[in-house]
Design a protein around this ligand. Structure first.
Ligand SMILES: [Zn+2]
Length: 235
């Protein structure tokens, strides 16, 4: 069993590196996706602002149309008024109509101006966000390029480590049941299925184990799990 334990320890050296590489292979795409999502979020906000501005411009145009129509009406009323010079009642009527029209023109212009301010505000915000996105896109492009290279390197390293672990398993002819226990712990204990003992203390979970277990570990005729963290103990 001492040979098996030694073989598992040799295997763990490879598996610890393999575990790190696997973490990298998960972390890198996740980080890239997070950065992309942040840019997409800002792009979404810009689209919202542009859409809002578009809606506001339509409403401004409507107020402009109202003002134009009323101006035409005023011109017509003034023309009619000059043709009815003598009729005081009619003149009073036209004057009243003109006054109403002018009020509507002024009202439409005021509302249009207020909306124009809002449009300008939207455009300003969108432009500022676009500048942010442009800068972020440059940073992202460089980052994504680095991630591609790092992923390629990690994939290569994983293939090498996979080959190495297969070699160690076959060459050292580890018994299937020992390998099964080891593999279960490998997944459950983040790439560290074995734990060294220092005196009576497990160096993975730092629990003191009973003396009789220490004796069994020292004898080395079986695989002894730590009663706390379940890792295979070794001296
Ligand atoms: Zn332990």
């Amino acid at each position: 069993m001492k040979a098996v334990l030694q073989a598992l320890l040799d295997l763990q050296v490879v598996d610890r590196d393999l575990h790190q590489v696997q973490l990298e292979l998960k972390r890198l795409p996740k980080e890239r996706a997070q950065r992309r999502a942040e840019i997409e979020r800002i792009l979404g906000r810009i689209a919202e602002l542009r859409n809002e501005a578009k809606g506001l411009r339509v409403r401004i145009k409507e107020f402009e149309d109202v003002a134009t129509t009323q101006r035409q009406r005023v011109r017509k009323l003034e023309n009619d008024m000059s043709n009815s010079r003598a009729d005081a009642v009619l003149i009073a009527h036209f004057q009243h109509e003109v006054k109403t029209c002018k009020k509507e023109i002024s009202n439409a212009e005021d509302q249009g101006l207020a909306l124009l301010e809002q449009v300008e505000n939207c455009d300003k915000q969108a432009a500022a966000l676009q500048a942010t996105v442009d800068a972020e896109e440059k940073v992202y492009a460089e980052f994504a390029g680095n991630v591609e290279r790092e992923l390629a390197a990690a994939e290569k390293r994983r293939a090498e480590l996979d080959a190495e672990r297969k070699k160690r398993i076959t060459q050292n002819s580890i018994p299937p049941e020992a390998l099964a226990t080891y593999s279960r712990l490998l997944a459950a204990r983040d790439g560290m299925p074995l734990a060294p003992l220092d005196g009576r203390t497990c160096q993975a979970c730092f629990i003191e184990i009973p003396t009789n277990l220490v004796v069994r570990v020292t004898r080395g005729s079986e695989l002894v799990p730590c009663p706390s963290c379940d890792r295979i103990l070794h001296i």
